[in-house]
Design a protein around this ligand. Structure first.
Ligand code: HEM
Length: 536
């Protein structure tokens, strides 16, 4: 059994009512009958056919036959651990979220790290984005911060997500490759969807080769809202900053580890916790007043843009510690169901069109992945607080609801369960406009922040980025496509495009330097982002 770390709180033991230990126990069937023999099926004679009436054999085999469930459509490969979150100070002025009020309170969490494109059995060490999903089991319900280790995303609108994932997943005919970016369809998607430029820069950087999950930053990516008890809302971006610092593997290490130890990152997470070296991250927020929404040269609702930390500093508001490994990978890491729409009072969404689409997708996929509408009753998904509503029945229902038929304002049940004045209320944002599929012009700058990223790199990091593009594009069969990528990234930096072109035998782009990346004022590139964004 995994060791318990001395820091562990009683609350992180909340799953123990569901755990079973077999030590010294007699073997039983699922209905509790003691079993006398478990190695030989029941036969008509010692050399005869197996008998249908062998209920122990049938049950054992049937259960085995159904052990697998569908892997996640994305982020299938993951590793998780339990821990707790503790706020540094009351955040009352910004939010009424209970878990951010009391520095003495420890809120239990479960964190699942993942790669995105590979299957459940793929290697940890591939070049890919990493998922960083945190479930806070607060006293006011579960809050899920379903983030990544990069602060932006490839696309702006959820409508393109199925297309994007089809392009990055292995080829349909032979399921090669497991890595995200090493084939024609990924790059073909990139050149036809130039909003990908910024995220591709992150993906080609060392950020996509984390040395350890404990050395990885995390980002909520989207703009959310914090809302205080008076109803005042502010925009917020969420961050995780690892106390060990951010460190990556180099490509040569990745290539070797992929063969020698494809479990490199999950082994490191497990072993560190077992050894009592508990991974820690500080929780950070960037906060913007609502009246500052249009102060920037980018749209704060655009998930391909970050808020430069020079302009909007990150305030550290608490600490996350992981201190307990799972007892059972399937029951915990596989069955956990995150959802960006699991909010608590004091936190709300923004109109980011990627976030809005995610709000539909997660429950929808979990209905099939976890077999029906009752997956929130699975031990790992249960909130710490009681659940009372009029939802009933369905596949695998575990709760035994008592009382009469369930409907609202049920007089026979004394009106319970009843909505309460202190319940969750959506922020009363004013919205207006015509129904349209058009996107605001403020989402149309695809290169400025990609160039900002490139310009912020050291020479060594730039070298790694050029090598990464060159390696990945070297696997692209279509020569015209390789050239199209080089030409596209000339909009980020001429130096970058020329470096790639020289390595892969493409023509150096005509444009000498990525104009988009140059700061016209000579000021820091981040400060050149301080222009008023034009919205319709
Ligand atoms: C997992 C959809 C964008 C982070 C998933 C899953 C789906 C999905 C269907 C599988 C969930 C499950 O089976 O339980 C989408 C859609 C997106 C989108 C439709 C865009 C429209 C993003 C973005 C982020 C992100 C922008 C990061 C901010 C994650 C993470 C997981 C995940 C971390 C794994 C959660 C876990 O560990 O179980 N996504 N996703 N996704 N997604 Fe997204």
């Amino acid at each position: 059994q995994p060791k318990r770390h001395p820091n562990e709180t009683a609350k992180t033991e909340r799953l123990k009512d569901f755990t079973v230990d077999n030590d010294g126990q007699k073997l039983t069937t699922n209905t509790g009958l003691h079993v006398a023999e478990d190695e030989h099926s029941l036969k008509a004679g010692v050399r005869g056919p197996t008998l249908m009436e062998d209920f122990h054999f049938r049950e054992k085999m049937t259960h085995f036959d159904h052990e697998r469930i569908p892997e996640r459509i994305v982020h299938a490969r993951g590793a998780g651990a339990h821990g707790y979150f503790q706020a540094y100070e009351p955040l009352t002025e910004l939010t009424e979220a209970g878990f951010l009020q009391d520095p003495s309170k420890q809120t239990p969490v479960f964190v699942r790290f993942s790669t995105v494109a590979g299957s459940r059995g793929s290697a940890d060490t591939v070049r890919d984005v990493r998922g960083f999903a945190v479930k806070f089991y607060t006293e006011e319900g579960n809050f899920d911060l379903v983030g990544n280790n990069m602060p932006v995303f490839f696309i702006q609108d959820a409508m393109k997500f199925p297309d994007f994932i089809h392009a990055v997943k292995p080829e349909p005919h032979n399921e090669i490759p497991q890595a995200q970016s090493a084939h024609d369809t990924f790059w073909d998607f990139v050149v036809h969807n130039t909003e990908t430029a910024h995220m591709v820069m992150w993906a080609m950087s060392d950020r996509s080769l984390p040395r350890s999950y404990a050395m990885m930053e995390g980002f909520g990516v989207h703009t959310f809202r914090l809302v205080n008890a008076e109803g005042k809302a502010r925009f917020v971006k969420f961050h995780w900053k690892p106390l060990l610092g951010t460190h990556s593997l180099v490509w040569d290490e990745v290539q070797k580890l992929g063969g020698k130890d494809p479990d490199f990152n999950r082994r490191d997470l497990h072993d560190s916790i077992e050894a009592g070296r508990c991974p820690e991250w500080e929780f950070g927020i960037q906060v913007l007043e609502e009246e500052d929404e249009f102060k920037f040269g980018f749209d704060i609702l655009d998930p391909t843009k970050l808020w430069p930390e020079e302009l909007v500093p990150v305030r550290k508001i608490g600490k996350l510690t992981l201190n307990r490994n799972t007892d059972n990978y399937f029951a915990e890491t596989e069955q956990i169901a995150f959802h960006p729409g699991h909010l608590v009072k004091g936190i709300d969404f923004s109109n980011d069109p990627l976030l809005q689409g995610r709000l539909f997708s997660y429950t929808d996929t979990q209905l099939s992945r976890l077999g029906g509408p009752n997956f929130n009753e699975l031990p790992i998904n249960r909130p710490m607080c009681p659940v009372h509503n009029n939802q009933r029945d369905g596949m695998h229902r575990m709760t035994i609801n008592r009382g009469p038929a369930a409907y609202h304002k049920n007089g026979i049940a004394g009106g319970s369960p009843h909505p309460s004045a202190d319940g969750y209320k959506h922020h009363q944002e004013k919205v207006e406009g015509h129904v349209t599929r058009e996107r605001s012009d403020s989402f149309k700058d695809h290169y400025s922040q990609a160039a900002l990223f490139w310009n912020s790199m050291s020479d060594v990091e730039k070298g790694h980025i050029v090598s990464a593009f060159s390696f990945e594009l070297g696997h692209v069969k279509d020569k015209a496509l390789r050239q199209a990528v080089v030409d596209m990234f000339a909009n980020v930096s001429g130096e970058l495009a020329a470096g790639i072109a020289a390595n892969i035998g493409a023509a150096s782009p005509a444009e000498a330097d990525g104009a988009a990346g140059k700061s016209k004022s000579g000021a820091s590139p981040a400060l050149s982002m301080m222009n008023t964004v034009k919205t319709p």
